[in-house]
Each structure stands twice: as structure tokens, then as C-alpha cells.
Design a protein around this ligand. Structure first.
Ligand SMILES: [Zn+2]
Ligand SMILES: [Zn+2]
Length: 348
């Protein structure tokens, strides 16, 4: 039996590199040799046992690019050796959401690295329908980030921004830093709020018009100064802490839109529902992506969306647990960590 290395999370704060059977692609599936895999907050949540969709034991990882290694039966639109990006979904294809084309809401949605084996491994199984060609001017490491880029694109599109809107982005992690770029492309005026100055500096380079560090500045006061006391057109929450979630209703204008990309995992967070009703707010959720990968890859390939500046570290698979802990602790220049075998240096 052929085997491969995989980072298997077997319980709370336990990841081991194990030699496991190399999976065999079934009908409609493709075996992808993983070249790069981004680490994500949901990998940390899975590692800590906080993620509602992740159960142990599981091979984590879902932001990946690689090379087609083997085809399952019936797959005739891919060739072994092609460079690909994996949209990490398996869907049923027949439920009402799938039939309406909103496949991210499939009632049997399965995500790589969540309910099925992930891409923190030498190989991963993907659904042939959810593979995309890697643009040749993107590295495997950059292309792996089409996943968070697509998440951010999906959320921004749901906000229906207009040129000139003031958009406040709370949190400049991976998804926040990408939302800055998408909102700028839309012609919005963008304010980014984060406690890390190095992230704010780069956010400004990526197109943010205003950067605010809430440890020094009053965010609400800045928003009201910019809008003659009216409030932001749209507030995008990309932190997932109770206090930032609660702050959204005080930053947005009457009739404005709140996009909740982050979530705290707690069912009892206070959120100003009275303000939601009386200010006629639109509060939106977002789940992954739906038809967003091709657009994300096109914009990345054309240089409109930049991911290289947010890649802060590169580590080989053997050091994945160290990477997950770096991401968990944050701070000190940690932004996006990429797991790639060719990784020679820690610092990107
Ligand atoms: Zn992710
Ligand atoms: Zn379905």
C-alpha cells in the first residue's frame, strides 16, 4: 500500500505527522499532490476543539494548491501534471441549495480539513468539479490563498458596496487585509481597525484610506468625524470577539449594513438588536464562497489583489504544529503562515 505523510489532529492540542495510506480517487475525484497549504484561524479552532464543523481525528488544512497526481473514473477534463488550486468543497449536487446554484449552502456540504481529510499532507482528494487552473504567474504559495481571497470576495459582494461608501473593516487578519483591497477596488473609502501597527502599515499600502489602532484611538469618534456624525455605510467585522461584534451597531449609520465574517463561537454574545431594528440595519452572514474562485484567481493573476505581502512565514509540514501555535498566539509579525515543503526559511 502506498502511504503519505499527513498532519493528523487527534485531540485537543495534539497534531502529529503520521504515515497514513495515500487516498485513492473515487469516481469524479482527483488526487492532488499538495505544493502549498495556508494555515487558517479555523485550523487553530480545530486544534483547540472550538470549531463546530471539525471533529477529531482529522487531517487539517483547506487552503491549498498543487499538481494533479491521479484521476478517478469519469474525470476527463483534467490531466495528470496540471497545476491546480483546490476549492475545498464536496457537495451533494441535488439538494435545493445546490440546484439553485448556491452550493455553499448545500445541506450536505463537506469541507476539506473539516469533515473530510485536509491538505496538510503530501496528497489530498478533491472533487474534480471544484478544481481550478493555477494561473502561471502565481506561485503555489500565492495560489493556495485563493481560498481566503474567495471568502473575502464573497463577503464583500454580499455587502453591495457603492463607490464612495465609507467601509469600516474591524480586524486586519488575512480576510480583513483582503477585504481592504476588494473594498478599494469597489471605490469605497476604507477605514481599517486593528491593534497591530505592522498590519495597519501594510493595510495603508494595500489601499486603506484611514487606519486606526483602538488601543490609542477612539474608533467611533473617528468614524463620526469622517461622516458628520452619521456613521459608516458598512461595517465589516473580521475579528470574532464579543466586544468588536458589539461595537458594530454603534459604528454603522441608520439604514447601514453590518457584515459578520468573524464569530466568537459563543451563543450568548450581546448584540444590539434594538439598534438593528430601530435603525433598520441589514446584518449579513457569510459562508465561504460560491462561484468566487475564478474571479479571485483572475484578480490575483492580474495583480489587483495582492497576497504576497501578507505571507509572513513559511514552514515545512514537519513543523505544522509550531505554525498552528504561532498563529494562535499571533503578534510579533505573524500574519499568514504557509506550509510548503520547499520552505527553507522561517521568515517569508
Ligand atoms: Zn480558511
Ligand atoms: Zn447539496
Amino acid at each position: 500500500m502506498r502511504t503519505m505523510r499527513a498532519a493528523v489532529c487527534t485531540g485537543r492540542e495534539r497534531i502529529g505527522i503520521e504515515e497514513v495510506p495515500r487516498p485513492v480517487p473515487q469516481a469524479g475525484q482527483v488526487l492532488v499532490e499538495v505544493k502549498a497549504c495556508g494555515l487558517c484561524g479555523s485550523d487553530v479552532d480545530g486544534y483547540l476543539g472550538h470549531h463546530p464543523m471539525i471533529e477529531w481525528p482529522i487531517i487539517l488544512g483547506h487552503e491549498c494548491s498543487g499538481v494533479v497526481a491521479e484521476l478517478g473514473s469519469g474525470v476527463d477534463d483534467w490531466r495528470v501534471g496540471e497545476d491546480v488550486v483546490v476549492e475545498p468543497f464536496f457537495t451533494c449536487g441535488t439538494c435545493p441549495a445546490c440546484r439553485r446554484g448556491r452550493y455553499n449552502l448545500c445541506r450536505d456540504l463537506k469541507l476539506i480539513g473539516h469533515q473530510v481529510a485536509g491538505s496538510l499532507a503530501d496528497y489530498v482528494i478533491a472533487d474534480a468539479r471544484f478544481l481550478h487552473h493555477k494561473p502561471c504567474n502565481l506561485s503555489f504559495e500565492e495560489a493556495a490563498l485563493a481560498e481566503p481571497v474567495s471568502c473575502s470576495l464573497h463577503a464583500i459582494e454580499r455587502c453591495h458596496l457603492k463607490s464612495g461608501d465609507l467601509v469600516v473593516i474591524l480586524g486586519c487578519g488575512t480576510v480583513g487585509s483582503l477585504a481592504v483591497q476588494f473594498a478599494s477596488i469597489k471605490g469605497a473609502e476604507v477605514m481599517v481597525v486593528d491593534v497591530e501597527d505592522f498590519k495597519l502599515d501594510l493595510a495603508a499600502q494595500l489601499g486603506a484610506d484611514h487606519v486606526v489602532n483602538p488601543t490609542r484611538d477612539d474608533v467611533r469618534k473617528r468614524v463620526m468625524e469622517l461622516t458628520d456624525g452619521i456613521g459608516a455605510d458598512c461595517v465589516l467585522e473580521a475579528v470574532g470577539r464579543p466586544d468588536t461584534l458589539a461595537s458594530t451597531v454603534d459604528l454603522v449609520k441608520r439604514g447601514g449594513t453590518i457584515m459578520l465574517m468573524g464569530w466568537s463561537g459563543s451563543e450568548t454574545d450581546s448584540f444590539g438588536l434594538t439598534k438593528v431594528t430601530l435603525n433598520e440595519l441589514t446584518v449579513l452572514g457569510t459562508l465561504c464562497y460560491c462561484w468566487d474562485f475564478p474571479v479571485a484567481l483572475k484578480l490575483m493573476s492580474r495583480g489587483k489583489i495582492k497576497v504576497a505581502p501578507i505571507i509572513s512565514h513559511r514552514l515545512p509540514l514537519a513543523r505544522v504544529e509550531e505554525g498552528v501555535n504561532m498563529l494562535r498566539q499571533g503578534g510579533a509579525g505573524v500574519w499568514k503562515i504557509i506550509i510548503a515543503e520547499e520552505a527553507s526559511t522561517d521568515r517569508a
